[in-house]
Structure formats: structure tokens, C-alpha cells
Ligand binder design. Structure first.
Ligand code: PEP
Length: 255
């Protein structure tokens, strides 16, 4: 089954709303319309810049998609500081990152919580970009495939096949995030392929064939082509390089 590649820029805790407007305009200006027929491009600003980015995208009828970097596990209520699925949906978010390793590490997010967040996103019509990935010690002990599969199973627990079909998976080895140490195309393929196989075993070939599995970790214009040439790599979640409009546009055009 043909899967449209997705290049999603995770801006992390960078850019105020004015800087975010400038960046999304730069990307829109530099990436000619023709590319959107073959690649989907999304930006994931911090919460405080989503409204501004939405205004630019919707006001100028841009084909870039936008989303968020996290979602609360509840619809509403006394959860100070949290941002809910309905709030994100109202801001036109099509994607939300769930289970990023920085949230697993710095906010001690468990697979149980991540599973609730995945369900919240789906409930409110937002596509979760579910991140899984191993730390260096796990890879060195050759436990990476089992580790990522275990995260996948736990994070998708209780979902029906038709719900899983709506999820995007991102394989993000922790040792490659923000380090400049990119996984080899073969490393990326090994895990992305194993994740798809796991999806097939649990949810059937049709779902597994339609779900996009991204790679993330030090992706740049210099390495995207070889990564995306792998049969089970359907795009990239891009951190650092997504803050540079020229570089992000260049790598999106190469996908
Ligand atoms: C990320 O944080 O999702 C990421 C992939 O970061 P970087 O591209 O900077 O490694």
C-alpha cells in the first residue's frame, strides 16, 4: 500500500509566537506547492505559538499541517497547566506528539499514561505521532527491537484495529536525538520493519500496511534520502533541523 511520507518538525520549547510566524512563512515561501502532492509537511510548535501558526496556515490557505507536542490524558477539569485534546482540536491541530523520549525522561511519563494520551488524541480526531525508542545501553545489549516492540504494544493497549490505523509511529532512538549521531539506514529499517511486523501480527496486514512509521534522530538534508529509501521508513520526525527554515524545506523536498 502506498503511504504518503510525512515530515514533521518538532520545534520543542523553541520560538515565541512571532518567531513561529516567521518560520512557518519561510517554509511556505520556500517549498513550492508541487511538493505537497508527494510529501506531507507538518510543524509542531510549542502550545503558545499554535494559534499564531494556525492563523498563518489557515489565513493563507497553506498546505502545511500543524500540531502540538503533547496532550493531556483528560478532556477537561482541574489539571493545572495541562492542555486538552478538545483545546488542540479547536486550534486545528491535526497531529500531536505522544511519548517523546524527553517527556518519558523529564516528566517520567509511563507507557500507561502515554496509552491514555494516544486514546485522547484519537477521541478528538487528532493523529498521535507515537514515539518509541531505546537508550544506548539497551541497543548495546542488542535489546532495541524487543524494547521498541514492548513500548508499542503497551502504548497501543486497548485500541481497536481501526483506531490503530489512525496512528503514526515514530522510531526515535534516544541516543540519536539531538546528538548528531544518526542511525544508519539499516538500523532505522531494522526497527521500523519490526514495528510494522508487530502491527501486522496484532492488527492485520491492512492496518500494518497503512500506518506510517517515521524515523527520528538527527535527521538532516544530508541523510534523509538514504533513510526514507528504506521500505519501512515513511518519513521523519525532525527536531533541531526543523528550526532552520531553509534546511527543513530542503529535507522536506528530498523526502
Ligand atoms: C526529536 O526531538 O524528535 C528529534 C528527532 O530531534 P533531533 O532531530 O534534533 O535529533
Amino acid at each position: 500500500m502506498a503511504r504518503t511520507p510525512l515530515i514533521a518538525g518538532n520545534w520543542k520549547m523553541n520560538l515565541n509566537h512571532l518567531e513561529a510566524i516567521a518560520l512557518v512563512q519561510k517554509i511556505a515561501f520556500s517549498l513550492p506547492e508541487k511538493y505537497y502532492a508527494k510529501v506531507e509537511v507538518a510543524v509542531l510548535p510549542p502550545f503558545t505559538a499554535i494559534r499564531a501558526v494556525q492563523n498563518v496556515i489557515e489565513g493563507d490557505k497553506l498546505q502545511i499541517k500543524h500540531g502540538a507536542q503533547d496532550v493531556a490524558p483528560h478532556d477537561s477539569g482541574a489539571y493545572t497547566g495541562d492542555i486538552s485534546g478538545p483545546m488542540l482540536a479547536k486550534l486545528g491541530c491535526q497531529y500531536v506528539v505522544v511519548g517523546h523520549s524527553e517527556r518519558r525522561e523529564y516528566h517520567e511519563e509511563s507507557d500507561e499514561l502515554i496509552n491514555k494520551k494516544v486514546k485522547q488524541a484519537i477521541k478528538h480526531g487528532i493523529t498521535p505521532i507515537l514515539c518509541v525508542g531505546e537508550k544506548l545501553d539497551v541497543r548495546e545489549a542488542a535489546g532495541h527491537v524487543a524494547h521498541c516492540n514492548d513500548q508499542l504494544v503497551a502504548d497501543l493497549k486497548g485500541l481497536k484495529a481501526e483506531q490503530v490505523a489512525k496512528v503514526v509511529i515514530a522510531y526515535e532512538p534516544v541516543w540519536a536525538i539531538g546528538t548528531g549521531k544518526v542511525a544508519t539506514p539499516a538500523d532505522a529499517q531494522e526497527v521500523c520493519g519490526a514495528l510494522r511486523k508487530q502491527l501486522e501480527e496484532k492488527y492485520g496486514a491492512e492496518v500494518a500496511g497503512s500506518v506510517r512509521v517515521l524515523y527520528g534522530g538527527s535527521v538532516k538534508s544530508g541523510n534523509i534520502s538514504d533513510l526514507i529509501a528504506q521500505p519501512d521508513v515513511d518519513g521523519a520526525l525532525v527536531g533541531g533541523a526543523s528550526l532552520d527554515g531553509e534546511e527543513f524545506t530542503k529535507l522536506s523536498a528530498m523526502a
